[in-house]
Design a binder for this molecule. Structure first.
Ligand code: BMA
Length: 305
């Protein structure tokens, strides 16, 4: 059946985009993108993915009073254990989730293959390496902000297959209860890979999550869009619905042309007390951007469009 949606803007790009660029970094840097922001003590902190001209990625802090204007801080030391050094040649796509008073940062560690690492911090000064939380062949793991049925819970994406799964753990070390949440071929606007974006948001209607979906086009390009899905509050592996059009699609010049063209990669959201939401996203693997929306608009996109 042909579905035609009424015109409606779900996300509004910030007029000052990009909010962070490579020029602002104190090292030889070609891009800052796919970074993750949270509120900390009424201010905003971002863990940046910054890519050198040698294509090595490092994580840096950035600080802001309003979520739009940012100052670059220190580099975050990388884990320095024999196991990390043995596996990891690169690291990227950090995602922060606050559980109680601890901020957990999941990120991809790339060696001959890719797997997920976990760091934690209480103050964005000292960082603790918690270890690898997947074997090889996983990426995009993002933790829920609370335990569900007494267990830490995360969405993840097997690297090759491209579906979103849920997994649970009593201690952030041993993971099980794997359940498939969303198949990539059930996303009408993306027939390539899909993967979870920022921390799922608890709402009255269910867990609201952003995810990316890749549309493969005949010129061999991958077009990265962001969409929205809702899963059950008590059994979060049960899908309620996905929005059947993306909420963000590469459209502006910096999203269309950059280091990797036609990519918008949503990687975190900040929910404010008034229900407004800042969605942080990378543009074309080069720039860090932000867009504004609300919980109500995201729910409308998940349930009605
Ligand atoms: C994905 C990730 C993202 C990146 C995207 C487009 O696999 O590596 O960090 O934005 O590819 O290059």
């Amino acid at each position: 059946m042909l579905i035609i949606h009424k015109k409606k803007q779900i996300l509004k790009r910030y007029s000052g985009n990009p909010i962070i660029t490579n020029d602002m970094m104190p090292f030889s840097c070609r891009g800052v993108f796919n970074s993750s922001a949270v509120k900390y003590k009424d201010k905003y902190v971002m863990v940046l993915r910054a890519e050198g001209y040698n294509l090595a990625d490092s994580f840096w802090l950035a600080h802001s009073n309003n979520g739009y204007n940012w100052k670059i801080g220190d580099m975050i030391p990388l884990p320095d254990t024999p196991e990390y050094r043995e596996f990891g040649a690169n690291q990227y796509d950090p995602r922060i989730t606050r559980i109680g008073n601890i901020f957990y940062i999941t990120f991809c560690v790339h060696g001959t293959d890719v797997r997920m690492g976990l760091m934690s911090t209480k103050d964005f000064k000292k960082f603790k390496w918690e270890g690898f939380i997947t074997g090889s062949g996983f990426r995009n793991t993002v933790l829920f902000p609370e335990k569900i049925n007494g267990l830490y819970t995360a969405f993840e994406r097997p690297n090759e297959m491209g579906d979103i799964w849920l997994t649970q753990s009593p201690d952030l070390k041993f993971w099980g209860n794997h359940k498939r949440v969303l198949r990539h071929n059930d996303v009408p606007w993306a027939w390539g890979k899909i993967g979870p974006c920022g921390t799922p948001i608890r709402t009255k209607k269910g867990w609201l999550s952003l995810f990316h979906g890749v549309q493969l086009v005949c010129t061999h390009e991958s077009v990265y869009h962001a969409g929205v899905m809702l899963t059950d509050l008590k059994e979060p592996w049960k899908l309620i619905r996905i929005g059947n059009e993306p909420i963000l699609t590469p459209e502006t010049p910096i999203e269309i042309a950059g280091h990797v063209p036609t990519v918008v990669f949503a990687s975190s959201q900040i929910v404010e007390d008034d229900g407004s939401v800042k969605v942080y996203f990378g543009a074309s693997d080069r720039y860090q951007c932000v867009a504004d929306t609300t919980i109500d608009l995201l729910l409308e996109a998940a349930l009605k469009r």
